[in-house]
Design a protein around this ligand. Structure first.
Ligand SMILES: NC(=O)c1ccc[n+]([C@@H]2O[C@H](COP(=O)([O-])OP(=O)(O)OC[C@H]3O[C@@H](n4cnc5c(N)ncnc54)[C@H](O)[C@@H]3O)[C@@H](O)[C@H]2O)c1
Length: 387
């Protein structure tokens, strides 16, 4: 099988949990080089994944003529400029979301993509989640979406501390803006956002197709609660998806009432959840999350009692942090198929189905419209925006 030669810029959190293992197992990909400004992360990645070349200088990676495509996974402050440099060096680019912090930077990537004619994929991987591809197919065949609710909730209060308050909409909710555009095949005409406290928000959208949608984004949930839930009302029935593992249909006599989807695994970690989710769907997910939550509570209580990491909590911590599934990445949100599809389309020179640079820009416009709506307490109209 033909393979595209990739380089990876940024070997941090998402690279370790997704891009490094996926770049080394996707059928249409071979990973030649990795770059990070942190030598420790770099060496660890190179050793663990047997990558032929490693560098702290991204320009040296971009100047390698053998490298055809790069994954950019630094952070939103640099991703646009790195993408533009990579495009100008003749590379195709898979860049993590959000494409940039500002819409102007996104527009510059759109311009560079057009100028160079290379492909850009933005890491809105949910478009490739098997459960969502099936949901889209069913919804489209049943009269299309009329009313959508999406809940995106997690313990951001724990993991999102490196971000300033009130920007969760830019780097988390951007995924859902893209998903809604993809599901409806339509553009938002207006957006309205209210918050109960910073990073605890409801966003409502009206699409040009007539569909309405609400997003409940909460950064104050618990790992006991599955992170995402999609509910779509179609012409006369409904489709729900519980955290990528269980799709249910309602009101369609000719359709399967329940479909279940396998979990996503990391090569180094325990993998039985993959089969449990496939066989038992949401019930297995609820049970596994409850177990992880309870173990973490016990470990934290033991630490609090002894005033330091408690030896008798060691086994629990090892399971939670080193052995068990990667909790945020155990359901299949489409990371691997999104990357492999991109590589395959580079080989055939056909436009990929991934979110393109324009989609990154449109998601950014929605993020900033939601923030403007929230801050000024007004409905923001987007009818004038044509990208
Ligand atoms: N699609 C998803 O599901 C998903 C999940 C998590 C994060 N993300 C996105 O991925 C991006 C990265 O997030 P993260 O959590 O991995 O961040 P991170 O901070 O853990 O990793 C970023 C890495 O980039 C490196 N870096 C920074 N500047 C560099 C440069 N000039 N050259 C080379 N390396 C450089 C840093 O040293 C760090 O190791 C963010 O945009 C984030 O929103 C996407």
């Amino acid at each position: 099988m033909q393979q595209v030669v990739f380089g990876l810029i940024g070997a941090g959190g998402i690279a370790q949990s997704q891009h490094l293992p996926n770049l080394t197992r996707a059928p249409h990909v071979t990973l030649k080089s990795v770059c990070d400004v942190r030598p420790d992360a770099l060496q660890q990645a190179q050793r663990q994944y047997a990558i032929p070349h490693a560098t702290t200088d991204y320009r040296s990676l971009l100047s390698d003529p053998e490298i055809q495509a790069v994954v950019v996974a630094t952070r939103e402050d640099m991703q646009a400029s790195l993408t533009i440099e990579a495009l100008q060096a003749g590379k195709h680019v898979y860049v993590e979301k959000p494409l940039a912090s500002t819409s102007d930077e996104c527009a510059a990537v759109v311009a560079a993509q057009k100028e160079t004619g290379r492909f850009v994929a933005v890491g809105f991987n949910r478009r490739f989640a098997p459960a969502y591809r099936k949901a889209k197919e069913i919804v489209a065949a049943e009269g299309g979406p009329w009313n959508i609710h999406y809940r995106l909730s997690d313990d951001y209060w724990r993991w999102g501390k490196s971000y300033p308050p009130r920007v969760r909409v830019i780097h988390e909710v951007c995924h859902i803006f893209d998903l809604l555009r993809w599901l409806t095949g339509s553009e938002a005409a207006s957006v309205y956002c209210v918050e109960s406290r910073p990073d605890d928000e409801i966003i409502t959208l009206k699409f040009r197709s007539g569909c309405v949608a609400s997003i409940m984004s909460s950064g104050y949930a618990t790992m006991d609660l599955p992170k995402e839930r999609l509910e779509v009302i179609t012409e006369k029935g409904a489709v729900t998806v519980e955290d990528f593992v269980e799709l249910r249909t309602f009101g369609f006599a000719h359709r399967e009432p329940v479909l279940r989807f396998a979990g996503h695994t990391h090569p180094d970690r325990e993998f039985t959840h993959k089969y449990l989710f496939e066989a038992e769907g949401a019930a297995a997910l609820f049970a596994l999350r409850r177990m992880g939550w309870a173990l973490r509570n016990e470990a934290e209580a033991a630490d609090a009692l002894s005033g330091e990491p408690a030896p008798d909590a060691q086994e629990m911590r090892r399971y939670l942090n080193q052995t068990g599934p990667l909790w945020n990445y155990m359901v299949n949100k489409g990371w691997l198929p999104a990357l492999d599809h991109f590589a395959e389309r580079i080989l055939t020179n056909e436009k990929p189905e991934n979110a393109a640079a324009e989609d990154g820009l449109r998601a950014s416009v929605l993020c900033h419209a939601a923030i403007r709506s929230r801050d000024n307490n007004e409905v923001v109209s987007l009818n004038g925006f044509d990208g």
